[in-house]
Design a protein around this ligand. Structure first.
Ligand code: ZN
Ligand code: ZN
Ligand code: ZN
Length: 122
């Protein structure tokens, strides 16, 4: 699972090596070549596990949803580093581990509940 984007909704097949990655950083970490850019992207929805293609040249609002299960996959990336910075100076190791557990479980429920949940935690 991708450790850069915690709420990744799709995997993307790289046009260069034809492997599946959750984000460009995952590709950079495991490969020595640079990620090739393409206008025809191949995605695999993490919700329904089906693949679909999108032409990034003609990407519209309706293309932000999985054509198979309507999963909204173009969402703001939730990154682990950004989250820890927001927690403030008083972050102890054990508290951080607890929070990470909650992040994982929340992710399975719904990404939309995140803001309210984060406020309650703080
Ligand atoms: Zn590659
Ligand atoms: Zn990644
Ligand atoms: Zn889907």
């Amino acid at each position: 699972m991708c450790k850069h984007v915690l709420n990744a909704q799709v995997s993307i097949r790289s046009p260069c090596c034809r492997l599946w990655f959750d984000c460009a950083q995952c590709h950079a970490d495991s490969q020595t070549h640079t990620l090739k850019q393409t206008m025809e992207m191949v995605f695999a929805c993490k919700k329904c596990k089906k693949c679909f293609r999108k032409d990034m040249d003609e990407f519209e609002d309706s293309d932000e949803y999985c054509p198979h299960c309507d999963n909204h996959f173009v969402i703001e990336a939730r990154e682990p580093k950004a989250r820890l910075e927001v927690e403030g100076e008083d972050v102890r190791v054990d508290a951080r581990m607890l929070r990470d557990e909650r992040v994982k479980r929340k992710e399975e429920l719904s990404v939309w509940e995140d803001e309210g949940e984060a406020n309650r935690l703080g």
